[in-house]
Design a protein around this ligand. Structure first.
Ligand code: MRU
Length: 341
């Protein structure tokens, strides 16, 4: 399978190259980010998105705070701390962003050798490489839940576009396919920004996997018709008790799955588990602009003076989740991730 590179170093090694996801599915366009402001803007506007991918972009982007010829380390370190705060503030819900920035800050404060910039670049590259390896392992564990002929429903995008590797939820589908299992994937379009139809359907079709897009509100009808064998989604933060924050609509899907007796699986790397958050109600949910609902993609779809409720994520309680797949295995209830780091 040809891997999509959602985030990488730029060709000259001086910037962060992203596949600009705002342009998909009509254009596959890469952009090089060359400043902290550009990195923040790309994360905030979802040019780069998905919990693991924004962690990687944040870590790589932080290296742009240090000049190649930086000689005053204290100045460089304080610039890094300010830049990390700026990047961290872009999106609050995915724990991977703070997790990756904290790793970078630890390197900055423990630095002993000649080039702080080189050490930061090495750590950011490790974060990328580790994510790629975790995706593969999630795929292998996740594929054990997928039988030949499975009809899988997913939401938002938890694929290569959301990570440094082959994805989380979609990794399981890719590995199952590589194992020769026939799968069919149903994708919620994922209102309001359509990550399902614009990104997941594009990514799966590109990989030659049979995909059907549906409006979010049609999912329960498919389940009642007996046309879904399992739901498989990603996560932006998993609390110690197994509550899962993921794209808005995930909770609704989990309720429908429970009602129809369809297994509901979540896939995520270690970097998405937050042992410091006891339960889902502590998770800060990002509220996004009203314009995404009023006039997303240009056309006006609600009165301009109507109030808008537009949370980017919701929390699915652990009791609606059949199992959580990580790079360490398949975890069954009762969940206890309080010691996971
Ligand atoms: O707002 P986004 O597009 O960054 O949200 C990402 C998600 O919620 C994904 O569904 C995903 O499961 C988390 S990233 C693998």
């Amino acid at each position: 399978m040809e891997l999509i590179e959602a985030v990488a170093w730029s060709a000259d090694g001086e910037g962060v190259r992203i596949l600009d996801q705002r342009e998909l599915p009509s254009r596959e366009m890469y952009r090089d980010l060359r400043s902290i402001d550009e990195v923040c803007d790309a994360i905030r506007t979802l040019a780069v998105r998905g919990a693991p991918a924004i962690g990687i972009a944040g870590a790589m982007g932080l290296t742009l705070a240090v000049d190649a010829h930086e000689d005053d380390r204290d100045t460089a370190r304080s610039r890094i701390v300010v830049a990390a705060d700026q990047i961290r503030a872009t999106r609050p819900t995915a724990v991977n962003l703070g997790w990756a920035l904290d790793r970078m800050l630890a390197v900055a404060s423990s630095h002993r050798r000649a080039s702080l910039r080189d050490e930061l670049r090495a750590e950011a590259t490790r974060i990328l490489d580790e994510d790629r390896a975790m995706c593969r392992r999630i795929g292998e564990y996740g594929a054990t839940l997928i039988g030949d002929g499975s009809r899988i429903l997913t939401h938002c995008n938890a694929g290569a576009l959301a990570t440094g590797g082959m994805g989380t939820a979609l990794a399981a589908i890719y590995v199952a396919t590589q194992q020769g299992k026939r799968v069919e994937v149903f994708v919620d379009e994922t209102r309001p920004l359509l990550q399902g139809s614009r990104l997941t359907a594009w990514e799966l079709a590109r990989a030659g996997i049979r995909v059907t897009v549906l409006v979010d509100s049609a999912a329960a009808v498919l389940m009642r018709a007996g046309r879904i064998d399992l739901c498989l989604v990603g996560a932006d933060r998993i609390a110690a008790n197994g509550d899962v924050a993921n794209k808005i609509g995930t909770y609704t899907l989990a309720i429908a799955a429970r009602h129809h007796g369809v297994p509901f699986y979540v896939a995520a790397p270690t970097s998405t588990f937050d042992s410091g958050t006891a339960a889902g109600q502590e998770i800060i949910i990002e509220q996004r602009s009203a314009d995404e609902v009023r006039c997303g993609f240009g056309a006006q779809t609600a009165p301009m003076d109507a109030d808008i409720f537009n949370p980017a994520f919701d929390v699915t309680p652990a009791n609606l989740i059949t199992a959580i797949v990580s790079d360490r295995g398949v975890h069954h209830p009762p969940f206890d991730f309080s010691h996971r780091s």
